[in-house]
Ligand binder design. Structure first.
Ligand SMILES: [Zn+2]
Length: 367
């Protein structure tokens, strides 16, 4: 019998020996893999948790209360900025409205937003009318805020202490006052005055008329440049009126020296006497013109010298204490002097007449 011995590697042995090494390596790899996975998981978990937490927390709804002029409403929101919350609720901030906190504020917790609305008011001044929004309380504060000058005469409506309400209409009316001088003529009238110095039916214009001048001082009131009132402050006569004066004769017959006669007019004048002599007339008897008056009449009784502007040459007169006469001469002694120079035949008679202050002179009718 031949026993052949063959060294046969038993699969078991072979594999046992071989498998044992591979398994170990495999196990080691697996362990390493698990460790890596574990490490990976252990490392990622916190990061992932934080990330997810953050995302979760950001997804949280917050309670936001909005108070508008004291009226509150609350909303649950995911928004994190004040302006976004207001927009989501269609709350519009207008100029001069206040918002606390400010619209661009970012928050991450419950919050109350306070909004104070400005008051819309209308202001009319200096021809312009427009709407304003303000947070002040009274009319006076609003006017001051806008920097509008209000003079003491100006009219502010409503009164300055009025509380502002939405839509209130405020007006400032500019008041101007000034004085106005108005001058106007005063017409003259005609005064007819009876005069016993004039004969009946005879009139004489003693004085011409002259217009006067009066001045009224008015106060004029303008509202926004438009006159609304004017009234009289004072009235005065600047230049007095002079009325025309006419004397109307009432005298009938003058009675003098036991004589009576009709006359046109009577004057009271002073009288003097003269004769043709050298002392009275400056000419000697041998002078060619000696004793001749400028009218050609011979100087002597019955011929008188007078102011020819008052009594033209030839005017017939009756002179108290002297008698009938005619105006035949003139001279520097009588012109413009309210005087009549009475002619006498002799120097003695003229001298005796001397000067009489108040003598009645009657102008007779020509007939
Ligand atoms: Zn004489």
């Amino acid at each position: 019998m031949v026993i052949t011995t063959r060294k046969v590697r038993l699969p078991a042995q072979r594999s046992g020996f071989t498998l044992s090494g591979q398994k170990t390596r495999h196990l080691q790899m697996q362990i390493l893999r698990h460790i890596l996975i574990l490490c990976l998981v252990c490392g990622l978990l916190p990061w992932t948790g934080v990330t997810y937490y953050r995302a979760y927390s950001e997804m949280q709804y917050l309670d936001i209360t909005i108070s508008i002029d004291g009226l509150e409403q609350t909303t649950h929101t995911l928004e994190r900025q004040v302006s976004a919350v207001l927009a989501s609720l269609h709350v519009v901030l207008l100029p001069e409205d206040t918002c606390d906190p400010l619209p661009d504020t970012v928050f991450d917790e419950d919050l109350t937003i306070f909004i104070t609305r400005a008051t819309p008011v209308w202001l009319t001044v200096d021809g312009q009318c427009r709407e304003y929004r303000t947070r002040v309380a009274t009319v006076a504060e609003f006017i001051s805020e806008q920097g509008v000058a209000v003079a003491s005469d100006d009219r502010l409506l409503p009164a300055g202490d009025t509380l502002l309400t939405p839509g209130l209409e405020i007006s400032i009316t500019r008041i101007q006052r000034f004085h106005l001088s108005m001058q106007y003529p005063l017409p003259y009238g005609i005064i007819r005055e009876e005069s016993s110095a004039l004969g009946q039916g005879y009139e004489q214009r003693v004085r011409g008329g002259q217009e006067g001048l009066a001045e009224d001082i008015m106060e004029v009131i303008l509202e926004d440049g438009v006159e609304v009132e004017r009234f009289l402050l004072s009235s005065a006569v600047v230049q007095p009126v002079v009325h025309e004066l006419i004397h109307v004769g009432t005298a009938g017959l003058a009675e003098y020296d036991e004589d009576s006669f009709p006359f046109q007019r009577m004057y009271i004048m002073e009288t003097t006497g003269y004769c043709p002599c050298y002392y009275c007339c400056g000419k000697y008897p041998d002078h060619p013109a000696y004793g001749i008056t400028c009218s050609g009449l011979l100087a002597g009784r019955g011929v008188v010298g007078a102011d020819l502007n008052v009594f033209p040459l030839g005017t017939k007169l009756y002179i108290e204490g002297y008698g009938y006469c005619v105006v035949g001469d003139t001279g520097s002694g009588v012109m413009g002097r309210n005087r009549i120079d009475l002619g006498f035949a002799t120097h003695q008679e003229a001298y005796d007449w001397a000067l009489r202050r108040e003598t009645a002179i009657y102008v007779l009718y020509d007939d």
